[in-house]
Ligand binder design. Sequence first.
Ligand code: ZN
Ligand code: ZN
Length: 349
Amino acid sequence: MIPAHGFAANGPRSALGPMRFERRNPGPQDVAIEILYCGVCHSDLHQVRNDWGNTIYPCVPGHEIVGRIVRVGEEVTKFHQGDRVGVGALVDSCRECDACRQGLEQYCEGPIGPLFTYNGPATPNGHNTFGGYSNIIVVPQRFVLQIPATLDPARAAPILCAGVTTYSALRHWKVGRGHKVGVVGLGGLGHMAVMIAKALGAWVHVFTTSPKKRGAAAALGADGFIISTDNNAMAAQALTFDFILSTIPVKHDVNPYMACLRRDGVLTLVGALEQLEPGIDNGSVAMHRQSFAGSLIGGLPETQEVLEFCATEGIQPEIELIRLDQVNEAFERMKAGEVRFRHVIDMGR
Ligand code: ZN
Ligand code: ZN
């Protein structure tokens, strides 16, 4: 076993604190990665607080991991010691089902589904999966990404969840040149969505409740800025959007955004993974054959693709570096919408 240390929560209301644990020795197909940086995602906070009712404690979150390979198993062919690599929200899957064969491991239909980087079911070493708020992780090579050399390693971290989550949805619904695209919420996911949708050629508008984010939206390349609580401003957008991506991490009323879709337009939720309240008014949606959809992170091939895409397009997430022991404070700032736009833990600080 490999001794490891990280920050863990012991219950839904406890702050995160230091914990020692062990990682498995790398198997033939595994690599051991010294963690250099880890992004702080809103899902980390949801999981720690048991918002989805499935948290196993202790919980070590973190699924935007960038590090350096320190050991490779004897059958590893893709990577070498010293390589700069990334790990996103997935560390394994059944590898055999239809979804896995298509590189859509996030939608694995196998007996346990995708194995998430943290809070996954118990592994043979007795505890559930522990994530990137730690110094080392052991992952099968299939679930490890190459970090392009031109990307700053700290700024690459948020691409591994926030980047691929938004990219995957924008690509699946074929967003491109000439499309009017809305991004709801301008946080970690939203700011990536704006940059990626712009690079895909779309005409991008930000929906937000905070007027003070106008300058930031423009700096990221947004063409339009709509205050979602302003009924007149919302009414002016009725039936005009080809695609809207909602990145709000908690349940919210999607009906005002559905009303902004043109005929055959699609609204996709990537933030809130829960029952919506209020429900969708199909009396209105059916009138213009609009669609409502969900989408979850991205598979391994698409995560590699978005890393290359960001490198080619010069897209780098906006981050604030923190120390591991500042993560509780980072959660508070994230909840208050104060971070621009992603905290990244620097494990070396
Ligand atoms: Zn995430
Ligand atoms: Zn599978």
